[in-house]
Design a protein around this ligand. Sequence first.
Ligand code: FAD
Length: 390
Amino acid sequence: MSDALDRLDLLDLDDELDCDDRLLRDTVRKFADDRLRPNIRQWFEDGTLPARELAQEFGSLGVLGMHLEGYGCQGAKASQYGLVCAEVEAVDSGLRSLVSVQGSLAMYSIWAYGSEEQKQRWLPGMAAGELIGCFGLTEPDSGSDPGSMRTNARRDGDDWVLNGGKMWITNGSLSDVAVVWARTDEGIRGFLVEQGMPGFTATDVHHKISLRASVTSQLFFDDVRLPADAMLPNVRGLKGPLGCLTEARFGIINGVTGAARDALASTLEYAGSRTQFGKPIAGFQLTQRKLAEMAVQLQQLQLTARRLGELKDAGRIKPHQISVGKFANVRGALEICREARSILGGSGITTEYPVLRHAVNLETVYTYEGTHEVHTLVIGSQLTGLDAFR
Ligand code: FAD
């Protein structure tokens, strides 16, 4: 596979990595090859994941919330976090979701908007993977339009009382702490809801054909009584959850390049070894055209991710640029996986090869953290100054 990876690096992008970045990339790649890759097929087929174990292993690697400062986090560059996401998603988007929901959504919410006590209490354990978090924004009737959420918290003395429910929540039933966004009489606020609190329950979503190696849950809040200090004090309004999503989308932009690269690398190898009409199918012009289109497209996705990493490391990234990355990279990765599948012929429809698994996973990635259409509208609004959401 490493020969195929070398051949796919047409523009020598690897040469631009410095020693630290290369060491990090190789360490995570080795973990992925030794620990994740041999098991992913089974986890995906069974629709299960040893998520607690894996969280601790990711914690030991130092990749959970790695781009945050302090509280047991590494304070790494955003571009380094991007490299990690690509290596993990080269195995499976569900595994990258475990890492990025923990670090970019749950931990980032607490890190950016929490009190000092909340940060001390949760972040070191979450960085170590001993505690798991989730991020509850979407509801059954409130997806692309989170401002329409119905989950609400009302004051009762010093406490808050939370009612409502959240849908499609990654890591939901596993979580020690759920970051829950709710409507209050002072606008939308974030709350830390702990597992085991009376009135808080979670059930898993079954029968998924995408992101099977990931826990997806529905959360229910029935008069959950929360102390005053369960509220995240430092943000109010939709900009709270949207700020977290901007963080997490950066991980997606990088991660999906890993899924596309893995699909293409295994396809390149297959095309070299599969013989029809007396020669390897890689030797047919029609196959080479597909391979060339996909390899060039992959490099473009990687360049987009790299540019956004530079902007983020320089503290200059803007939300519409994140939308450009999510729009371009998820669509591009999905196109690569679909086209790659055709080269595998019948073998491409099984889990023996990772290609269609990546493609069906990317269907979720196309939809979550802002659907492709929502990011189209963000770019359209940036270009025209006209908002077409309503
Ligand atoms: P809808 O919003 O109903 O959209 C349906 C279609 O209508 C889409 O094509 C959409 O683009 C289109 N549409 C909507 N509005 C417009 C418009 N104005 N103009 C044009 N088209 C429009 N959420 C969380 O909060 N936390 C999580 O951890 C999380 N994990 C997830 C994991 C999985 C496996 C999945 C599938 C989802 C997850 N989500 C999570 C939810 C995800 O973010 C939502 O599914 C997504 O925001 C879309 O919402 P929806 O599914 O309700 O679709």
